[in-house]
Write a protein of this length. Structure first.
Ligand SMILES: C[S@@+](CC[C@H](N)C(=O)[O-])C[C@H]1O[C@@H](n2cnc3c(N)ncnc32)[C@H](O)[C@@H]1O
Length: 218
């Protein structure tokens, strides 16, 4: 993926489109596996009935929510038509049984009723919210009163040297994200960092910093 022109890669990460978008979606399944694992470990799934994931990529992982809680209902929102089609194609039975609802929509205006979800999760999507307040306000609208928001991301210092983050991406350090959420009416519950080494496509070892922040409407 890193052999793509950085501007094209940046566009594709923001909104995977066409055949290349399908390849990018597949690559994301591998590169963000650890971040999903970290995020899911922070959630007590036994108390979650309705979960909403924003920006699910190709959605291959969406069936795993049912391993964590078989009685859960999952709503997925993504504004890429290709990603929505792939997600439906991966899980036809779940869609048929109305356990999984896929909506092709922008997270600033979601076709979801007020105060209907226990959890909203969004991994590697925060960078593309401009302005972020619009999306956070919309998330607060769809969360139940005791609902929670979980955002997963890589901090500015860990990714700003990567050429593809120079366009389309708004990067944050943890304190900046906490301030943003507080200004948008959320209280921070926890903020966890996971640093590990992994092998890059060219065989070299690279250090990765994944962060998950959990918050709730104040
Ligand atoms: C970088 S990918 C991350 C995919 C997956 N969450 C992961 O971490 O591997 C960003 C995803 O968010 C979607 N997306 C970006 N901005 C969005 C928005 N405003 N509303 C809905 N989906 C959005 C893109 O289409 C894409 O599927």
């Amino acid at each position: 993926m890193h052999d793509l022109d950085p501007i094209e890669l940046s566009r594709q990460l923001k909104k995977p489109t066409g055949k290349l978008g399908n390849q990018v979606g597949k690559k994301l399944n591998e590169s963000n596996r650890e971040l999903y694992k970290q995020a899911w470990e922070m959630v007590d799934f036994s108390s979650v009935q309705q979960i909403l994931e924003i920006g699910f990529g190709n959605g291959k992982h969406l069936s795993q929510y049912f391993e964590l809680n078989p009685d859960i209902t999952v709503t997925g929102i993504d504004f890429s038509g290709e990603m929505c089609k792939e997600a439906r194609d991966f899980h036809p039975e779940l869609v048929e049984e109305a356990k999984l609802h896929i909506h092709c929509a922008d997270s600033s205006s979601m076709p979801v009723i007020d105060h209907s979800h226990d959890f909203v999760i969004g991994l590697n999507i925060l960078y593309f919210w401009d302005p972020p307040g619009l999306h956070l306000k919309e998330i607060a609208r769809v969360l139940k009163p005791q609902g929670k928001l979980l955002l997963g991301y890589r901090p500015r210092q860990a990714v700003e040297h990567l050429a593809f983050t120079k366009q389309n991406f708004i990067l944050y350090e943890p304190e900046e994200l906490e301030d943003l959420l507080s200004n948008c009416g959320f209280s921070i519950i926890s903020h966890q960092q996971n640093r590990y080494a992994k092998q890059a496509a060219d065989g070299t070892e690279v250090e990765v910093t994944d962060i998950c922040l959990m918050a709730e409407p104040a």
